[in-house]
Design a protein around this ligand. Structure first.
Ligand code: MIC
Ligand code: SF4
Length: 644
C-alpha cells in the first residue's frame, strides 16, 4: 500500500509504535522551536533534566510574543532565555527579528524533517513539507534532550485542489473555506495533506498560510508536498541544499478526501468569536469598521506585505479607521524598505508595528469598546484582543485593506485591478539577529541569568486510587486555552510566575473560579466538546494544577491540551455518553473510586454524591500515560525512571 507524505516522514522517524491510527507512536524530533511566552517554562523544565547540551539537529528560541517590556518581567525573562540558550546549545532569535513561524520557515525549516514547537502554529512549517507540530513546553524540553515525542497516530485526510485563485481571492480564503466546511473540531486526530493540480499554483508563503491555519481545525498538523516551488523558495533563501522532493504515493490511502476548486472561491471572513464562523465578505457589506490589523504568523510574508503596499499606494485610510501593519520578520521589513513599499504603507496613514505577534496576542492595539476589528490573524476568540467586547473578524490582507480604505467591510474585488507582485528570486539574507550558542568548551562558564519573576514550579500530585472532589466549574463546548489561561499585555509577563497567573484562570468564564478552587483544595472541572482548543500553552494545565484541579471531565479534548493535562498529572476523562454532561452541576460533590483499575479497563464510574447519579467515564490512556498520571506528571515520571 502506498504512503502519504506524512506517513513517509513518520516512518523515517518512528522510535516506537506502529502506524496504526489511534495508537500511540513515538517520533524522533530533528528540530525544536520555542517562543518567549512558553519558552521560559520550557527552558526551566529543560534545566531540571540536567542535560548539558541539546541533542537535536537544530533548536531555536524566538522572542516575539512578549516584546512590550512595560516592566522588568519580560526583559528579565528574555535575558534568562538568551543566557540559558547560550549555555545549552540553542540558537537565539533576538526580539525584532520576527515571528517564530515566519523566521523558521525562512531560515531553518527543511522538507522531510520533524519539528515540534511550543506554539500551536508550528504546522506553518508544513508549507515546505516538514512534519511540524505544536506541543506543550515540557514535550519540547524532552525533545531538546533527545527524547521522543509521543502522539496518537493520526488519520490521513487529503484536500484535492483544482483550478487557480482569482485576483483578490487568497490562501487565507482557502483556510477559511476549509474551516467553514470542517469546523474548529473537524481536523481533530488527523493530518491534512494538501494535494492536487492546484498545489502548483500556490507559492510557499501561501501554502504556509494554509498549514498555519490548519491548527484552527484541531488537526495534528497540515502538510504540502515539497516540489519545484519549494526548491525555488529555498534557493531564494540561499539554501537550496536543504531541498528534497516529497510527494505521496499514487496509491496512498486517505480516511477522507475533500475537494476545493480554487477558481470558485470568493473572499471570505470569519465572524466573532470563532474562526469557523465563516461567511462571504460580500454578505457583510457596509458593516462599519474601527480597526484593521495586518500581520501575524498567518499573513505577514513579503508577498502579503507587497500586496498591501501596492493596494494602499497613493491612497489614505479612512479617518475613522486605525490600521496597524506588522511585517513577519526583519527580512520582510528590510525588503519592504529596500523597494520603497514601506514608504507607500507609511504614506497611507498606517501604523507600522515591530516584527512580532503584537495585536494577535493582545500585546497592544486592542480595539475601542465594542469596536469592530478586521484582522488577518488566525484566532478571534472572545476577549483575546484585550477588549472584552471587541468584535474581531478574520480575513485576508486584501479584504483588510479594502476595509481600511473604505471604513466598512467591502469586497476587495471592488478595489479594481490587482497589481502584479513579482516573487523575489533572492531574499535579503541577514542572520545577524540570530545568536549562536556557546561552544561546548565555553558553555560550562556561561552564567544563566534569572530574574525575580521566575517563581517555583507548581507541586504535582500522584493520582490516588480514589478521587473525591467538588465540581468547581462547569463550562460549555469549544472552550479555548484563552478562556482557561488568558494572555494579553497585562498577564503575559507572568508566564514564569504561576502563583500570579492563577488569579486570572478562567477569567473569561467566571472570575470567582480561582478563589473557589483554592478554597476547595482539590477540585474537578467539567467541559463540553473540544475542550482546550487553540494554543499550546501548558500554563492552561499548570495553573489549574496549582489551583488544585485533579481531573477534567469533558465530552472531548483538543490534542495538545489533553497531552499538557497528562504531563501536569491532571486526568482528562471523557463522558461515555455525552448526554451525561447534563447529570453534573456546578458545586456537586463527585467521587471516582477504583481509579487504577479504571485506567486499566478504560472505564471509570463516577458517583455524583450530591444527586446519587452514576456516570460512566472513558479513561483511554496508554501504559506510558497511566504511569505519568500515577507518578504525578511527566517531570515526576522522568525522575522516577531515572532513579530505577
Ligand atoms: C497563540 O496564538 O495563542 C499563542 C500565544 O501563540 C500560543 C502560545 C502561547 O500561549 O504562548 C499558541 O498558539 O500556542
Ligand atoms: Fe504569535 Fe499570533 Fe502566531 Fe500565536 S497566532 S504565534 S500570537 S502571531
Amino acid at each position: 500500500m502506498g504512503l502519504t507524505i506524512a506517513q513517509k516522514i513518520i516512518r523515517d522517524h518512528l522510535v516506537s509504535g506502529e502506524m496504526i491510527p489511534g495508537t500511540e507512536i513515538a517520533l524522533r524530533i530533528d528540530q525544536t522551536l520555542t517562543q518567549d511566552a512558553t519558552g521560559t517554562m520550557a527552558y526551566l523544565e529543560f534545566e531540571t533534566m540536567g542535560i548539558p547540551r541539546v541533542r537535536t539537529e537544530r533548536s531555536v528560541a524566538y522572542i516575539d510574543h512578549n516584546t512590550l517590556q512595560s516592566g522588568f518581567e519580560n526583559a528579565d525573562d528574555h535575558r534568562y532565555i538568551q543566557s540559558v540558550c547560550r549555555k545549552h546549545g540553542v540558537y537565539f532569535s533576538r526580539p525584532g527579528n520576527g515571528i517564530c513561524h515566519q523566521v523558521h520557515l525562512e531560515r531553518f525549516g527543511k522538507p522531510g524533517k520533524t519539528l515540534i514547537g511550543s506554539d500551536s502554529h508550528t504546522p506553518t512549517g508544513g508549507g515546505i513539507g516538514m512534519l511540524a507540530m505544536g506541543a506543550g513546553g515540557l514535550d519540547v524540553a524532552v525533545a531538546m534532550g533527545g527524547g521522543a515525542y509521543y502522539i496518537t497516530m493520526p488519520k490521513m485526510y487529503k484536500v484535492e485542489l483544482t483550478g487557480k485563485l482569482r485576483p483578490f481571492v487568497t490562501a487565507k480564503d482557502v483556510s477559511l473555506e476549509i474551516l467553514r466546511q470542517l469546523s474548529v473540531k473537524g481536523g481533530v486526530g488527523a493530518i491534512i495533506e494538501w494535494g492536487g493540480e492546484g498545489v502548483s499554483t500556490l507559492t510557499v508563503p501561501e501554502r504556509a498560510t494554509i498549514t498555519n491555519m490548519g491548527t484552527e481545525l484541531g488537526a495534528t498538523t497540515s502538510i504540502f508536498p515539497s516540489d519545484e516551488i519549494t526548491r525555488e523558495f529555498l534557493k531564494a533563501e540561499g539554501r537550496e541544499e536543504d531541498y528534497i522532493p516529497l510527494a505521496s504515493d499514487p496509491d496512498a490511502v486517505y480516511d477522507k478526501i475533500l475537494h476545493i476548486d480554487l477558481s470558485e472561491l470568493e473572499p471570505l471572513i470569519a465572524c466573532p468569536h470563532s474562526p469557523d464562523n465563516v461567511v462571504t465578505v460580500a454578505s457583510l457589506k457596509g458593516t462599519k469598521v474601527d480597526q484593521v490589523c495586518i500581520g501575524s504568523c498567518t499573513n505577514s510574508s513579503l508577498q502579503d506585505m507587497l500586496k498591501v503596499a501596492a493596494l494602499v499606494k497613493g491612497c489614505t485610510i479612512q479617518p475613522s479607521v486605525s490600521l496597524s501593519i506588522s511585517p513577519g520578520s526583519k527580512q520582510v521589513l528590510s525588503m519592504l524598505a529596500d523597494c520603497g513599499a514601506l514608504t507607500d504603507i507609511l504614506a497611507s496613514g498606517a501604523r507600522v508595528l515591530e516584527c512580532a505577534c503584537g495585536p494577535c496576542i493582545g500585546m497592544g492595539f486592542s480595539p475601542n469598546s465594542g469596536g469592530v476589528s478586521l484582522r488577518t490573524f488566525n484566532r478571534n476568540f472572545e476577549g483575546r484582543s484585550g477588549t472584552a467586547d471587541g468584535q474581531v473578524y478574520l480575513c485576508s490582507p486584501e479584504t483588510a485593506v479594502a476595509a481600511a480604505l473604505t471604513g466598512e467591510i467591502t469586497d476587495p474585488r471592488l478595489l479594481g485591478e490587482m497589481p502584479a507582485i513579482p516573487f523575489p528570486n533572492r531574499f535579503r539574507i541577514d542572520d545577524s539577529a540570530v545568536l549562536a550558542p556557546a561552544s561546548e568548551e565555553e558553555a560550562p562558564s556561561v552564567e544563566v541569568l534569572r530574574g525575580p519573576n521566575i517563581k517555583e514550579f507548581p507541586q504535582s500530585h500522584p493520582q490516588l486510587d480514589t478521587l473525591s472532589a467538588p465540581l468547581v466549574l462547569k463550562v460549555g463546548d469549544n472552550i479555548t486555552t484563552d478562556h482557561i489561561m488568558p494572555a494579553g499585555a497585562k498577564i503575559l509577563p507572568y508566564r514564569s510566575n504561576i502563583p500570579h497567573l492563577s488569579q486570572f484562570c478562567f477569567g473569561v468564564c467566571d472570575t470567582t473560579f480561582p478563589e473557589r478552587a483554592k478554597q476547595a483544595g482539590k477540585s474537578i472541572v467539567v467541559g463540553g466538546s473540544n475542550y482546550g482548543q487553540g494554543s499550546s500553552r501548558e500554563h492552561a494545565a499548570l495553573v489549574p494544577l496549582y489551583l488544585g484541579v485533579r481531573a477534567v471531565i469533558a465530552k472531548s479534548f483538543a490534542r495538545i491540551h489533553a497531552a499538557n493535562l497528562i504531563n501536569a498529572g491532571i486526568m482528562p476523562l471523557s463522558f461515555k455518553n455525552p448526554e451525561d454532561y447534563d447529570q453534573l452541576s456546578q458545586d456537586d460533590l463527585l467521587e471516582i473510586t477504583g481509579v487504577y483499575a479504571g485506567m486499566d479497563s478504560g472505564e471509570m464510574t463516577l458517583v455524583n454524591k450530591t444527586t446519587g447519579v452514576e456516570v460512566t467515564l472513558c479513561a483511554d490512556f496508554t501504559e506510558r500515560q497511566k504511569a505519568i498520571l500515577k507518578a504525578g506528571g511527566l517531570l515526576a515520571y522522568t525522575k522516577e525512571m531515572g532513579e530505577k
